[in-house]
Design a protein. Structure first.
Length: 208
């Protein structure tokens, strides 16, 4: 019985669920993305385009810094693959009668982006297991690939916007003293090519 009490006490001391002021821990994380875009404010509501989500993933690491009891600051560095399928109804375009090269078929573009993301998250535990997180995120586009179904139209321009800014909101659940899983939503607040990012992340953390 005495040994059991000692073990429980040690587990309580070592638990990352209650943040200690000034304490620092490192970890790795990864998971699945479901991403799409939101049409920017410069495009009219009647703009004949729809966006469909794509599955991707993310991988990286984090540093947890205890600020107060139950409250931590968590900077992260992530590599993320995300994108969307862009479908444009081009029947509204009147082709030149002397050069009718534009078909009435919808224009489709598959967009895949590869970014490095820098979230800075405030993490608050509302109980021993559940936490909520909120914070800004900066990002930079490393590379992108676009494939489409048309020889006459192209998506965007050659000067593809590279800087990303988003707001992150999430919920998490701790499993034991090292593992955590959660759901996070990243909402783009900076438009890129008249689009804003919209990304759901299923997250798995491991504290080293």
């Amino acid at each position: 019985m005495k040994r059991l009490c000692i073990l429980i006490a040690l587990l309580g001391v070592g638990s990352p669920l209650i943040s200690q002021e000034g304490a620092m821990t490192f970890g790795i994380k990864g998971g699945v993305n479901y991403s799409s875009f939101i049409l920017g404010k410069d495009l009219p509501d009647s703009f004949p385009a729809t966006l469909k989500g794509k599955i991707g993933g993310h991988l990286g690491g984090f540093l947890r810094i205890g600020l107060a009891e139950n409250l931590s600051l968590k900077p992260e560095v992530l590599f993320s693959a995300q994108g969307a399928k862009y479908v444009l109804d081009i029947s509204f375009i009147d082709p030149n009668p002397f050069d009718p090269t534009i078909s009435s078929t919808n224009y489709e573009a598959n967009i895949r982006e590869y970014l490095v993301l820098l979230p800075v998250i405030l993490d608050y535990y509302i109980s021993d297991a559940f936490d909520v997180e909120l914070g800004p995120q900066l990002g930079y586009l490393l590379d992108y690939k676009i494939s489409d179904n048309s020889k006459d139209l192209t998506y965007g321009s050659g000067d593809y916007d590279k800087f990303e800014m988003a707001l992150c909101l999430g919920l998490g659940y701790a499993i034991g003293d090292r593992y955590r899983m959660g759901l996070r939503y990243d909402y783009g607040i900076l438009e890129r090519n008249n689009l804003k990012s919209s990304v759901f992340q299923l997250v798995f953390d491991y504290r080293l």
